[in-house]
Design a protein around this ligand. Structure first.
Ligand code: C2E
Ligand code: MG
Ligand code: MG
Length: 604
């Protein structure tokens, strides 16, 4: 801008007259000199400012011509100043001076015009640069804003997702806590709540409802023989069948293992539970295909009704469980309902279970012995060890009452082991006293036979006492349900291999099945006392059958001479009963006693 100003000033100084230095119009040479110096000062200042970085920038923008223009201005200014000096010294003429100054002015003008381009370029560059900076920074700000908003929204959505996932998993956990993962049925955690709900309904409607304890028979054997995968499949199938068999308003819960509990809706007629129980048994009993096998499964059901059999969930469950065990004991594949009487019995059972825990330690158990007589000559050939329990209250409790309780509670194993040890020791003592062939019959519960260590335990006892195995007679009560279990069968064969005699006790009272008589290694049949006094077809048939199967026969419950004579006639080999001797403690037992039948003629 200054350059233009001084150039136009110079122009004004020299352009007014036609001739620069005419006499009519003298020119102030000093003013011209000052103006030219001013013109020259601008580029000098400019050039003095330009360093390497500016040069680089000018290169970059393409305005390096500025330097050249500045140099051209300085040159022109120098030429004019030189001409002024020369004129003042009289070296050149006025015309030459005029030409030089006019030429310089033209140069200045041309340079000014040339100067416009780089200035424009620079201005444009600066403008573009600032614009770019603004745009770039806006873009950066924009991107940053987008980034921040993305991050924030991602944070928000992931927080929402996390909250959702948390809610879902909480829901799932809640459902899982109440669902059996295998069968999809509600699990036992929901049972109390379900029964409580049913109790409320029952209270409102004044109608009873039932709790059914359903236990699959022999599931453990199936599971062991087929493997757990098929066992699980079976459970799922059974769960579905039970669910279908009950009404929509009833609830079935997997209680655990192979146990299910159904809680029925309130009913008007008691027949409803019979109907449901039948339907469940039928549904379970339908053939089921498992792997390559087609199996027939059965179940035992115990039923307890509210309010008759229990006023709360735990009592109802307890009584249904007991009834289920009764159903099992009675032969399985059936249902049993609890009644009031059995609830009272149950309380006594519970008391006995608690007392039984200390029975061995407190020396409350004893064995009594009843002689076994060879009927043909009345000789005592052995004895049966019978268990007696006198509890802390000095009450004598019979084995018929406490053995089933011990079987149910599992205490039978310890008690049975104690009996085994005592009876073998007593047998040894009598052998040492001279009765070297005395046989000891020991009652063994089928629950003991399920224990796979049973035969080994007996073998160990015999070895420790050096007692021959033939002297030991193991009496097993006929129980088809249990004897079909593989573990029992295995124990029976191991015992037989050991050399002990196997007796089938109480024969004729259970569900006698001739096939397992033939297939299991029993040596002796023991006719139940209920068939005495033997003048009946059952007794004679059993004895004949025993002979037919090459088995010896023992008759129990001989109370009269007549009965004795009758059995002698039927060729029953052995017998025991009050006629000969009631069970007595070992100290009162006469190992050498002979008995004679006094009325042989009564048989005729
Ligand atoms: P069981 O093995 O059939 O024993 C015979 C039962 O008949 C005994 O009853 C015996 O006292 C009784 N008895 C003997 N002779 C006569 C008679 O002439 N008339 C009558 N009416 N009864 C007679 P007990 O001692 O009460 O035993 C009952 C059942 O308890 C036994 O029946 C047996 O199954 C079981 N038991 C006894 N001791 C044991 C044991 O140590 N372990 C196991 N698991 N069960 C045992
Ligand atoms: Mg017996
Ligand atoms: Mg018996």
């Amino acid at each position: 801008m200054r350059h233009f100003k001084y150039t136009s000033e110079l122009n004004a100084l020299i352009s007014a007259p036609a001739e620069l230095f005419s006499e009519s119009h003298p020119v102030k040479l000093g003013d011209i000199r000052n103006t030219i110096i001013n013109i020259r000062q601008q580029p000098i200042r400019c050039l003095s400012m330009i360093g390497n970085s500016e040069r680089l920038l000018m290169n970059f923008i393409g305005t390096e011509s500025v330097i050249e223009i500045c140099q051209r201005d300085i040159e022109s200014a120098n030429d004019s100043l030189l001409a002024l000096d020369q004129y003042e010294n009289g070296d050149i003429s006025r015309d030459v001076l005029q030409q030089q100054i006019v030429k310089s002015l033209n140069d200045f003008r041309a340079n000014s015009t040339d100067f416009e381009l780089p200035v424009e370029k620079t201005v444009k560059f600066v403008a573009n640069f600032i614009l770019t900076i603004i745009i770039l920074s806006s873009v950066v700000v924009l991107l940053f804003a987008v980034f921040i908003s993305r991050v924030v929204s991602a944070g928000l959505t992931s927080r929402e997702e996390a909250m959702d996932a948390l809610a879902q998993s909480e829901k799932r956990n809640k459902a899982l806590a109440h669902t059996d993962t295998l069968t999809g049925l509600p699990n036992r955690n929901l049972l109390e709540h379900t029964i409580d709900k049913a109790i409320n309904m029952s209270e409102r409607s004044n109608l009873p409802f039932a709790v059914m304890f359903i236990d699959l028979d022999r599931f453990k054997d199936i599971n062991d023989s087929l493997g757990h995968a098929l066992g699980d499949k079976l459970l799922v199938t059974m769960a579905q069948r039970i669910s279908k068999a009950i009404r929509a308003t009833d609830v079935v819960v997997r209680f655990g293992g192979d146990e299910f509990v159904a809680v029925t809706d309130c009913f008007k007629s008691i027949e409803t539970i019979d109907l449901i129980a039948h339907r469940v048994l039928d549904a379970i009993g339908k053939p089921v295909e498992l792997g390559n096998d087609i199996l027939k499964i059965t179940a035992s059901i115990g039923i307890a009704c509210y309010p008759q059999n229990g006023v709360n969930a735990s009592l109802l469950l307890k009584h249904a469980d007991i009834a289920m065990y009764q159903a099992k004991h009675a032969g399985k594949n059936q249902y049993q309902a609890t009644d009031k009487l059995s609830a009272i019995k149950q309380n006594r059972k519970l008391k006995l279970v608690n007392q039984l825990h200390h029975a061995i330690a407190n020396n409350e158990l004893t064995l009594v012995y009843q002689p076994i007589i060879r009927l043909v000559d009345g000789v005592t050939v052995g004895s049966e060890a019978l268990l007696r329990w006198t509890n802390m209250e000095n009450e004598v409790i019979g084995p018929d009452e406490f053995i089933p309780i011990a079987e149910h509670s599992g205490q039978i194993i310890d008690i049975g082991n104690w009996v085994l040890q005592q009876a073998c020791e007593q047998c040894k003592a009598w052998h040492e006293a001279g009765a070297t062939h005395h046989a000891m019959a020991i009652n063994v519960s089928s629950h003991q036979l399920k224990d796979q260590h049973f035969a080994q335990r007996l073998e160990d006892i015999l070895a420790s006492l050096s007692l021959p195995a033939e002297c030991i007679h193991i009496e097993v009560t006929e129980n088809i349900a249990i004897m079909e279990e593989q573990a029992c069968v295995t124990s029976l064969y191991r015992l037989s291999e050991l050399g002990v005699q196997l007796l089938l006790d109480d024969f004729g009272t259970g569900y006698s099945c001739l096939s397992y008589l033939k297939n299991l290694p029993f040596d002796v049949l023991k006719i139940d006392k209920s068939f005495m006094p033997a003048n009946n077809t059952i007794a004679s048939t059993i004895i004949a059958m025993g002979h037919e199967l090459d088995m010896e026969v023992v008759a129990e419950g001989i109370e009269t001479d007549m009965c004795y004579a009758m059995l002698q006639k039927l060729n029953c080999q052995y017998g025991q009963g009050y006629l000969f001797q009631k069970p007595v403690p070992a100290s009162e037992f006469d190992i050498y006693k002979h008995y004679k039948c006094s009325v042989p003629e009564a048989v005729e």
